[in-house]
Write a protein that binds this ligand. Structure first.
Ligand code: PSU
Ligand code: MN
Length: 304
């Protein structure tokens, strides 16, 4: 088994059997500008503590897979430029080469499983990009959800994606997609979409019970929770649609491809909304962190 580098806070929580919530680091290095990225990362960790769980932010630093970062490590990662964005395909290569990289949803799920952490909070998962019928751009996050048993709390697929196609692929892969507290599938910056979610759950205990039932059935793969952004922070889908379309057209004109697509789109939408998309993104991540902490607290407490 690969060595894991636990932060003092996470090591202590493990020894005491306290509930842990994994957090990714690509959102810090590629999803938000400095200094909002590090402020958000710290704020989200604090939200998890206040909700009675322990945060474990995951990253690869100089060849070591870290489960939980110190203040200093978090700060250095947030300021660093040209950090690799790691997914299933390149995480091991980065570790073997002694490199440094931020973990995406897929890579964070792999690390969380190795560390025995069942729940992970993020903003939005990667999915099927618009135009995937020609570009074939489908995030490795979807395959990961199909094979790694971690419950991922998101605000739904990012609205830059083709959401109906993303749902279809998740269905094909056998991934439970659970809207939290409503019937409609949340769409990241907007609390609802015109698509019904395949499943609905109304309490953290129910999500935890479904997670544990899957484990007892020996089913590979995780669950995707889609937690709607709080109403006060959402941006209407109609407002965003032309902005997303413009960002997408620019990405195509400039030949942006592969790993750069999502970071480019998020950055352009941030500029075009004059920061409003970032404010909403921060609110939804915090909301997901609080729910993930509640789910983590229920794990191990549901009846077999
Ligand atoms: N959620 C956010 N912002 C982000 C991400 C999630 O609010 O930047 C990151 C996650 O790491 C996710 C990645 O795995 O975007 C998706 O990248 P891609 O589309 O290239 O698979
Ligand atoms: Mn992609």
């Amino acid at each position: 088994m690969i060595d894991l580098q636990f932060s003092p806070e996470v090591a202590e929580a493990r020894a005491a059997g306290r509930p842990l919530v994994a957090l990714e680091s690509t959102i810090i290095t590629h999803g938000m500008p400095f200094p909002q990225n590090v402020e958000t990362a710290r704020r989200v960790e604090q939200d998890i503590r206040e909700a009675g769980a322990v945060p474990a932010t995951i990253a690869v630093l100089e060849g070591a897979l870290h489960i939980g970062l110190t203040e200093n490590q978090l700060d250095r990662l947030a300021r660093a430029e040209d950090v690799a964005k790691l997914s299933r395909a390149d995480m091991a290569a980065c570790i073997a080469a002694g490199g440094t990289g931020a973990t995406t949803v897929a890579a964070t799920m792999i690390a969380a499983r190795l560390a025995g952490i069942g729940v992970f909070a993020t903003g939005g998962i990667g999915g099927v990009h618009k135009g995937a019928e020609t570009s074939f751009d489908i995030s490795a996050d979807l395959q990961e959800l199909a094979q790694t048993p971690v419950t991922v709390v998101s605000a739904g697929p990012k609205a830059i994606l083709d959401i109906p196609k993303t749902l279809e692929v998740l269905e094909t892969l056998g991934v439970p997609v659970i809207a939290y507290g409503q019937d409609s599938l949340p769409a990241f910056w907007s609390a609802s979409s015109d698509l019904a979610a395949p499943l609905r759950m109304d309490s953290p205990a129910r999500v935890a019970a479904a997670h544990e039932t899957r484990a007892r059935m020996d089913l590979p793969g995780g669950q995707l929770v889609a937690n709607p952004i709080p109403a006060a922070d959402e941006i209407a889908a109609e407002t965003l649609a032309p902005i997303i379309a413009q960002a997408q057209a620019e990405a195509e004109d400039r030949g942006i491809a592969a790993k750069s697509v999502t970071p480019f789109l998020l950055q352009r939408i941030f500029e075009l909304t004059e920061g409003e998309s970032l404010t909403a993104n921060i609110a939804l991540v915090r909301n997901n962190a609080r729910l993930a902490a509640e789910i983590a607290r229920c794990l191990g407490k549901t009846a077999p």
